[in-house]
Ligand binder design. Structure first.
Ligand SMILES: Cc1ncc(COP(=O)(O)O)c(C=O)c1O
Length: 465
């Protein structure tokens, strides 16, 4: 969110100055108010293009989970379809058909059982999908409670403290009490036995994450299902699971096909994924899928009669680009199971290679290796952290000198004393680049030891996604 600049700002600092490095660009242009006259397209293009060169290099951005490379044909197809509004299903029936095919492909990839009719939709990302899935859980709970003549004024949602911020947003915006399984010792995510202890008649659902943002780990969905079955047998509470598979939804089907985390697990009622993470599409596309249409309350779907057609719509927004959905379908066609498997395996191999080499360097201890999703995190060994003159915040800072964006952050509440650094390996990050990163990490560690006068950053920099 950005605030309006005060008018004293509208002086020198607010102007793009003359002497911009171009022959045809000599005048000043206001930054924070609209200019009285426009510019030739090439000049406007160059000004913005060159200013954006000051951003980080997305290919060296090992912080983001989001796709930073697509092949030229995919880019072309996206450019060809920039003008398609996803909501105009009546005008662009083929785009709508493609969205529906993607929903079918995903529900089958996640082992939707024969005899159940999975339903779903595209979204702008996992966060929107999380809101939709959370709303469905909330409404289903409310209907069950009303039918039983029970109060509906207090409700809660159970999850690990390692959730991505979208779930805290969901609880805040929809006034649901978040109940957290806290980090304990070396356990940074949801433990089914502790999750069950937090459940009561007001619990709308329990969340399990496939690919924790903190360290890439998978939460034990099957064991959670078992624990909830046990609770149901003991107490009669029948509590559904939602799986946040923002990253893992496009990894587990290819790298761990036998792991039961999806619709094979009976209590899993809905799953979200980010198409723009390991679905390999540029931002922003996500997906929400329900195992059966009875899990998605009909009254949440708006039937909007617009431009001559019935548009059944379950979304937080209305207009949205259609080209990311088209790009998702391109990837399904282009790659197939074989292609996705090959790419994800390569990313995992590079993650394993990198994590093993980082472990071997000496000062570091791995929190995870990259054998779930190709994401891993490490910390300084306790004895090194106590005696050395740098923290991982300092290492992250120095790696920026080489263009690498490798974030350092604190683990979830209760274990915020642990500072970790994380790498997300994505398509486009090669073995060669991994070798260069290792070389730079070694170089900076040596720099710290050669500069004993350097003092470590103690501050509590906040976790950033
Ligand atoms: C586990 C998890 N859930 C949800 C999200 C939010 O996803 P999006 O950026 O697609 O909204 C993320 C993003 O990193 C994530 O890692």
């Amino acid at each position: 969110m950005f605030a309006k600049k005060s008018s004293k700002y509208l002086k020198k600092d607010s102007l793009i100055q003359p002497t911009y490095g171009s022959r045809i660009m000599r005048g000043e242009i206001p930054k924070y108010q609209i200019a009285s006259e426009g510019l030739p397209p090439s000049v406007a293009y160059n000004i913005i293009h060159d200013e954006l060169a000051l951003d980080g290099n997305s290919r060296l951005n090992l912080a983001t989970f989001v796709t930073t490379w697509m092949e030229p044909e995919a880019r072309q197809l996206m450019m060809d379809t920039f003008d398609k509004n996803m909501i105009d299903k009546d005008e662009y029936p083929q785009t709508a058909e493609i969205e529906m095919r993607c929903v079918n492909i995903l529900s089958r990839l996640w082992n939707s059982p024969e005899g159940e009719e999975a339903v779903g939709c595209s979204t702008i990302g996992s966060s929107e999908a999380a809101m939709l899935a959370g709303m469905a859980l909330k409404r289903n709970w409310k209907k069950r409670r009303e039918a039983a003549g029970r109060p509906v004024d207090k409700l809660n949602f159970v999850m690990g403290r390692n959730v991505q911020v979208c779930w805290e947003k969901f609880c805040n915006y929809w006034e649901v009490e978040p109940r957290f399984v806290m980090a304990e010792g070396d356990s940074f995510s949801l433990r089914p036995e502790d999750a069950v202890k937090l459940c009561d008649e007001n619990t709308i659902g329990v969340l399990a994450i496939m690919g924790s943002t903190f360290d890439g780990s998978y939460e034990p969905v099957k064991q959670l299902d078992d624990a909830l079955n046990h609770l149901a047998a003991e107490s009669g509470l029948d509590i559904p699971i939602h799986v946040d598979a923002a990253s893992g939804g496009f990894i587990a089907p290819f790298l761990q096909p036998d792991l039961e985390w999806d619709f094979r697990v009976p209590r899993v009622k809905s799953i979200n994924v980010s198409g723009h993470k390991y679905g390999l599409v540029y931002p922003g596309v996500g997906w929400a899928i329900w195992r059966d249409k009875k899990e998605l309350p009909e009254e949440l779907i708006f039937h909007c009669y617009y431009l001559g057609g019935d548009l059944p719509n379950f979304a937080l927004n209305f207009s949205r680009p259609g080209n990311q959905v088209i790009a998702q379908y391109y990837n399904f066609l282009r790659l197939g199971r074989e292609g996705y498997t090959a790419i994800q395996e390569t990313c995992r191999d590079i993650a394993l290679f990198l994590s093993a080499n980082i472990e071997e360097m000496g000062p570091f201890e791995l929190i995870s290796r990259g054998d779930t999703i190709p994401v891993f995190a490490w910390k300084l060994k306790d004895e090194i952290a106590a005696s050395t003159n740098y923290t991982l915040f300092d290492l992250a800072e120095r790696l920026r000198y080489n263009g690498w964006l490798v974030p350092a952050y604190r683990m979830p509440e209760n274990r915020k004393d642990i500072i970790v650094q994380r790498v997300v390996v994505k398509e486009g990050f090669s073995h060669d680049m991994a070798g260069a990163l290792l070389g730079d990490i070694k170089k900076h560690i040596q720099w710290f030891s050669k500069h004993p006068g350097f003092t470590k950053t103690i501050d509590a920099k906040q976790f950033s996604h």
